[in-house]
Design a protein around this ligand. Sequence first.
Ligand SMILES: [Mg+2]
Length: 301
Amino acid sequence: MNAKACFRSLTLLIAGLSSIAVGASPDSAPLPTIAREQVSATLWMQRAEEYRIATESVFRLATERLPVLVSEPGSAAIEQVGDAKAWAKLNTAIIVDLDETILDNSYYQARQIRAGAEYDEASWQVWMQEAAATAVPGAVEFLQAASRAGHRIFYITNRACAPMPSMDDPCPAKTATRKNLQRLGLPDADYPDALMLRGSHPEWRTSDKTSRRAWVASRYRVIALFGDDLNDFMPRADYAKRRAEFADFFGRRWFLLPNPIYGSWERALLGGACTPSMTATQCAMATTERRYGLLETEGQR
Ligand SMILES: [Mg+2]
């Protein structure tokens, strides 16, 4: 059976199963394809001991490496350029991404799945305003230990700093996120520059985090980076070209958390599957067809 035929058979099977899905009545519309396909990944992050062990292991390794990261020359930020002797005298900093690195938003994902919906900006804003994300296992303990050891923590996130119609606040996402960090007892949440959102400065309007890392690197020696996406370390396109140069940074200066739900890995695979003329349903089906087509059934790597 080729990929297309396989996809069609699975579509018919899944359409039949959707009537017995959680929250679906027998005569309700089939659940949107992408939401349905994120059930296992979301369950793994919420329920699997393996996920908890994996993230705690990453943060434990980083905690053990902190003294070495300070004593070893060098920087974790590729944006830290110039005279190494000069920036070796700077105070030290650690840069972390927020979503699915420090903050667990799987509850938002679960709500969208239950509602038969996908990610959308409006529902995401509602979730952010709740400031109810919990911490990725191991994150609080690591960040508190790093702060006690004297390292400044910078949170570089692509949560968007943009006004909302019903709110007076010029950056409601920043206010809500800071509240979330404070609730979790995360260090430096009150430090004015620690929380760096997309668009919170005129030069930080894009999702590319290079300029924000450079801002930190011009003021501190960056000893470690944490993220769940290659873009948290360097632009994904650059990594593809410089893989050999930076491969041994991981587990030493760069610490990667697992995120099977979303990320630039997925966008890289699914880019172009949808066209502007497609409806949301057609787009969901097209991306699902792309996913099935990309499955490898023999060792090819
Ligand atoms: Mg993230």
